[in-house]
Design a protein. Structure first.
Length: 95
């Protein structure tokens, strides 16, 4: 348990307007949330699997469609985690 967060917990919400996929990916092998709420880029329709390039100093400018990740990319992240116990992915559309 790091920072007082148990490995298995109920809910993870990720909404940081650009690097959501990258943050979730960085913690996905250490923690196992049952449900994840994440913002998706609704401009990337399935089966497109894309995410923006990681840039810690950049934020979404609000004017372009270049932000976040597609729903397919987030689903692949859930399925690809070695320790995933995520049972549900709830998405918030960013349009």
């Amino acid at each position: 348990m790091r920072y007082g967060v148990p490995v298995d917990f109920g809910l993870l919400s990720v909404d940081i307007d650009r690097n959501d996929w990258w943050v979730w990916n960085a913690i996905s092998d250490a923690y196992r949330p049952a449900v994840v709420i994440a913002e998706i880029n609704a401009h990337i329709a399935p089966p497109g699997s894309r995410t923006v390039a990681y840039d810690a100093s950049s934020m979404w400018d609000g004017a372009t469609d270049y932000h976040g990740a597609s729903i397919t990319a987030l689903c692949c992240l859930v399925r690809g985690s070695r320790r995933s116990k995520t049972n549900a992915l709830v998405c918030r559309l960013a349009v």
